[in-house]
Design a protein around this ligand. Structure first.
Ligand SMILES: Nc1ncnc2c1ncn2[C@@H]1O[C@H](COP(=O)(O)OP(=O)(O)OP(=O)(O)O)[C@@H](O)[C@H]1O
Ligand SMILES: [Mg+2]
Length: 350
């Protein structure tokens, strides 16, 4: 029993109500999301389960269309036109069956979202200061206090002359600065979970690294859990504690970050890893180690969804969908019929 579990057990025995810190902050069970589109049923998410502990940073990785954003939007109850099934528990409360007013409160207080494109997320006709201080004012913090804290937060995210820039409008900020403002807005209310959906994709590589470092240090300081969504496995190396690789709306592999980088047991993850440019090797002629394109979610192939693009596919891969399982001698789950073999022969596909 960990010290945290012991503490919780002692609290229960003594009749005190200590917060249950051993429970995951977020627990997603068998989530499915589908849309009724004119061209047929779009199965965007097909049975995704994962959890995020308090203070933990989890990366969700996958190519375009793999269902990352739809998963994130489902977590916040932002999909009114979709059919969503499964369970999404935040601190033990089911988001999918929660009254709308509770959900709004949760989004305002406990969970915040950092969007890919800050320009469309920021209101162009309101000052930066007005927008950053809003979460505090909504909680009844006095205007003067909210302004002081917003200016402090602007300074924290690296905006120079924050008191002056407080009065500026979004168009007066560069792309990197606007993304810093989004981080300030997301964190000023000290939420328990931040969901960042490709927050750095629009930025150049140097600014991208700075913004990720910033998000790391601020969430570390505040003890905030993070779900970080990206199509780029490389940028999560120093950031995420754990990673989940998605393909065609399913989890292909989930592991601690180092495990996934060095001991992946899934051909799709291995393909993504091989697509990464390396500083310790020759420059690859092509960055595309995986041929073809992901399938359309309205026409998913039978068996393993990845089989049409997998160099190692066998008959069983076209016939049966592999469950997400930890192989006998493995350390983490992979949805591949040959995960066991890959565990025995690490690096065989590299
Ligand atoms: N409102 C909707 N109606 C119909 N289909 C949708 C809707 N929203 C998303 N989809 C489809 O669901 C699939 C998953 O989309 P999603 O946005 O989650 O992908 P993603 O992994 O975030 O990709 P990207 O890296 O491009 O952001 C896509 O095929 C997308 O076209
Ligand atoms: Mg997306």
């Amino acid at each position: 029993m960990s010290s945290v579990q012991k503490l919780a057990a002692a609290g229960e025995a003594g009749g005190q109500s200590l917060p249950d810190v051993s429970r995951p902050l977020l627990e997603v069970r068998d989530l499915t999301v589908s849309f009724n589109a004119p061209h047929g049923l779009v199965k965007a998410v097909n049975g995704v389960s994962f959890s995020v502990s308090p203070r933990e940073r989890v990366g969700i990785v996958g190519e375009s269309g793999s269902g990352k954003s739809v998963t994130a939007q489902a977590l916040l109850g932002l999909l009114p036109t979709a059919t969503v099934t499964g369970q999404i528990l935040f601190d033990g409360r089911d988001i999918l069956s929660m009254p709308k007013s509770d959900l709004r409160a949760l989004r305002g207080w406990d969970i915040s979202y950092i969007f890919q494109d800050p320009l469309s997320a920021l209101d162009p006709v309101r000052t930066i200061g007005d927008q950053i201080s809003q979460p505090l004012r909504l909680r009844g913090v006095h205007q003067k206090e909210a302004k002081t804290r917003a200016i402090q937060m602007l300074a924290k995210v690296g905006i120079r002359e924050p008191a002056r820039r407080y009065k500026d409008y979004p168009h007066q900020f560069s792309g990197g600065m606007r993304q810093r403002v989004m981080i300030a807005m997301a964190l000023i209310g000290e939420p328990r979970l931040v969901i960042a959906d490709e927050p750095t994709t629009a930025l150049d590589v140097r600014v991208q690294a700075q913004v990720i470092d910033l998000l790391y240090s601020l969430t570390e300081e505040q003890g905030t859990a993070v779900v970080f969504i990206t199509h780029d496995l490389g940028i999560l190396a120093g950031f995420a504690d754990r990673m989940m690789v998605m393909y065609a709306g399913r989890v292909m592999e989930a592991a601690e970050t180092d495990e996934l980088y060095y001991r992946s047991i899934n051909p799709y993850t291995l393909g993504l890893l091989q697509s990464l440019p390396r500083i310790d090797g020759p420059i690859p002629l092509t960055l595309t180690a995986i041929g073809g394109r992901p399938p359309s979610p309205s026409n998913l192939p039978g068996g393993c969804s990845f089989h049409p693009r997998c160099r190692y596919a066998q008959d069983i891969c076209t016939a049966e969908r592999p469950p997400l399982e930890t192989p006998e001698n493995g350390t983490h789950p992979s949805a591949c019929h040959f995960a066991n073999w890959l565990t025995e022969e690490p690096g065989v596909l590299r």
